[in-house]
Design a protein around this ligand. Structure first.
Ligand code: VG1
Ligand code: CO
Length: 540
């Protein structure tokens, strides 16, 4: 078993985006592509301490893990902690990094993007605090990758990852762990499991959790079926390499089977779903969908009901495009509310410094200082704990929230598959017109201010520019434009629409209805017509 040096031509395109390096599976399967990126990580961050590795179980997960293990061993990594069968959800990996005091972790996932030979694959590198690496680290890795011409790999047989226990590969110890055990223990420390168990047993109460054939299946079975004693609540629980051919994005379009049940004749009282790597969540009641931004605000407003959070909210944070429903709650609680660029990597330093306890994004991600990633099943348990403590349905919890704090009607429009240069030109055009917006009226709406969001991390001082164009309207409306950083072909323009209202009638209108007028304002502001944009390809 000797380390072997393998040479190749450098890859110029390994710059990580919003959430790690995400590419078409075929790109990752090219000879040396994955190995080169992993070697670049180990040059930027030599693996001198234990590393956690695992992934969401998608196509190429198993092969990629074997490559990573052999490169880690050849680069002198003393110990690897690997999820059984190579499976670890993103939040569970974050937890393991923290509890094992590891140097960091490599998480294989393209999150909610479809899997398979025609789908996507991804690699994320997290640091010792369990959080996605900050931009200085991802940039350092990218810089190394641009000129890297060789990697070192151990010539060895594949390691058996199907049984828990410790084995050796060269001088590296490999510990295979039950992916769900530590994580489920952590959940039991945060939430009132006795109360949730009672709720799940109450006559007439039932729930359904859609694991979308992705990574949360085994976690959900452990939590809901074993520890909370509710057999049969997990739908599509087997982890399949192609996610059952589906698109594991927990929104009403992609969780169609769950939605059919929730809108059917005898719906469960509580429905939930998570994404490919287990960090997003969707919450649904009978014929009632909770908007992700509202979910985050509800979690913050109800912290007093949750054992792990009662009396200890130091502050909260949301990504810039996320609705300002959270800000209203923070003001009421008298705690600071930070506004960060899109992507979880910006929350890490605020969480580490104790400035915030809870945070989240409009893209169905919420989390807290229990790990350093967003966490889907955590959010589902949090909701169950709120319902158990308040004795209310999903819909009643949300309607109460609106009555107290007002409602932030919200929608996101995605324009996918755009030509990269034209999309960049559209954004540049908006940037060029920023100063002109507040001086005039756009389709009958007055713009109070317009800017291109820039962020200075209050802890590290790191500055991030050009994070999205935002138009604040005088009547409580807001429009945000930004380009996605997780796509793998062409460009995706995201347009975020938000309208605040304290009028009681707002509760009875649909979210899309509340922001419908803003769609025209957005189209006008960004000159959609001259870019040939008409209908979004996806609405959430
Ligand atoms: C999207 C979401 C962002 C999220 C990111 C990763 O990024 O908008 O909020 O953090 O995905 O989530 P973008 O750049 O495409 O808008 V996940 O669950 O895909 O790791
Ligand atoms: Co995800």
């Amino acid at each position: 078993m000797n380390p072997r040096v393998v040479s190749f031509e450098p890859f110029p395109d390994q710059r990580p985006g919003t959430s790690g390096l995400r590419k078409a599976t075929r790109v990752f399967q090219q000879p040396h592509y994955l190995a080169a990126f992993v070697q670049a990580i180990f040059i930027a961050r030599p693996p001198t301490a234990p590393l956690v590795v695992g992934g969401d179980g998608r196509y190429y997960n198993a092969e990629a893990l074997q490559i990573i293990i052999r490169i880690a061993a050849a680069n002198g990594c003393p110990r690897l902690v690997v999820g059984r069968d190579g499976v670890l959800s993103t939040p569970a990996a974050s937890n393991l990094i923290r509890s094992r005091q590891a140097l960091g972790g490599i998480i294989l996932s393209a999150s909610h993007n479809p899997a398979g030979p025609e789908g996507d694959f991804g690699v994320k590198f997290n640091g010792p605090n369990g959080a996605p690496s900050a931009e200085d680290v991802t940039e350092a890795i990218f810089e190394v990758s641009r000129t890297l011409r060789s990697y070192t790999i151990l010539d060895a047989h594949p390691v058996d990852l199907s049984v828990t226990g410790t084995q050796r590969l060269g001088s590296t110890e490999i510990e295979v762990v039950d992916p769900a055990a530590d994580y489920a223990d952590l959940m039991e420390r945060l939430f009132d499991f006795d109360r949730i168990r009672e709720l799940l047993r109450a006559p007439g109460f039932s729930m359904a959790f859609d694991a979308m054939h992705a990574v949360t299946g085994p976690y959900a079975v452990e939590l809901f079926e074993r520890r909370l004693g509710a057999p049969g609540v997990v739908m599509r629980g087997a982890v399949l390499p192609d996610f059952g051919g589906g698109h594991p994005d927990p929104d009403p379009t992609h969780a169609a089977e769950l939605m059919a049940r929730m809108n059917g004749l005898h719906p469960p009282q509580f429905g939930a779903a998570s994404d490919g790597d287990g960090d997003r969540h969707m919450i649904v009641g009978p014929r009632f969908v909770v908007s992700p931004s509202d979910s985050l605000a509800v979690l913050a407003a109800n912290a007093e009901h949750i054992p792990g959070y009662r009396g200890r909210l130091s502050g909260v944070a949301r990504s810039m495009p996320t609705s300002r429903a959270l800000d209203v709650v923070a003001e009421h609680l008298g705690v600071p509310c930070y506004e960060t660029p899109t992507g979880w990597k910006f929350f890490g330093s605020l969480l580490d410094a104790g400035r915030i306890t809870l945070c989240g994004e409009e893209s169905a991600g919420a989390g807290s200082d229990h790990v350093r990633e967003k966490d889907g099943l955590w959010a589902v348990l949090y909701w169950l704990n709120i319902m158990a403590a308040r004795g209310q349905s999903v819909e009643a919890v949300v309607r109460d929230h609106w009555a107290r704090f007002g409602r932030h009607g919200y929608a996101r429009l995605d324009y996918e598959g755009l030509d990269t240069e034209r999309a960049a030109a559209l954004m540049d055009g908006l940037r060029g017109r920023l100063a002109s917006f507040p001086t005039g009226v756009l389709v009958g709406r007055r713009v109070e201010s317009a800017d291109d969001f820039a962020y200075v991390d209050p802890v590290s001082g790191a500055r991030s520019e050009r994070q999205g164009v935002r138009l604040l309207l005088a009547d409580g409306g807001r429009i945000v434009f930004r380009l996605s950083g997780t796509g793998t072909s062409g460009a995706t323009l995201r347009v975020y629409l938000e309208q605040y209202s304290r009028a009681p009638q707002a509760a009875d209108r649909s979210a899309h209805d509340l922001v419908a007028e803003l769609e025209g304002v957005a189209a006008h502001a960004a000159m959609f017509e001259s870019f040939g944009l008409s209908r979004p390809s996806h609405r959430v």
